[in-house]
Design a protein around this ligand. Sequence first.
Ligand code: RB5
Length: 146
Amino acid sequence: MKIALGCDHGGLEHKNAIAEHLKERGFDIKDFGIYEQKSVDYPEIAEKVANSIASGETELGILVCGTGIGMSLAANKVKGIRAAACSEHFSAKYTRLHNNSNILCLGGRVIGVGTAIELVDLFVDTEFEGGRHQRRVDMITTIENK
Ligand code: RB5
């Protein structure tokens, strides 16, 4: 599976640790930066990762900013993106199971690196359940297309 990664200055340490972890697990990573500690505008990175998924270049994405919230707001503006800001295990799992989310957004100032990696593992290892949840996800797409 190919996974897109991105962060702003609030999430560099987390993003780099996640990249290493996913590479060790054998995933194909596309890292959209940032690559060094400097202040950047999170919507730029969110858009790059979201476009990569929307175009089919990558399947899932992980975005890290200070809270995870700005990244999720920006990424969700791209058609076909369902980005969820999560800070605990249950949500990271169920946003794949029930929402078929394709981007996990994490807060580098909210959770530690260890928890972030656990949430990433849950997110990438959980399959969408489909069934009644497909209808609900389709309803989100209908709103998006209005
Ligand atoms: C940047 O200081 C901060 O606003 C950003 O990382 C993020 O938390 C936005 O939602």
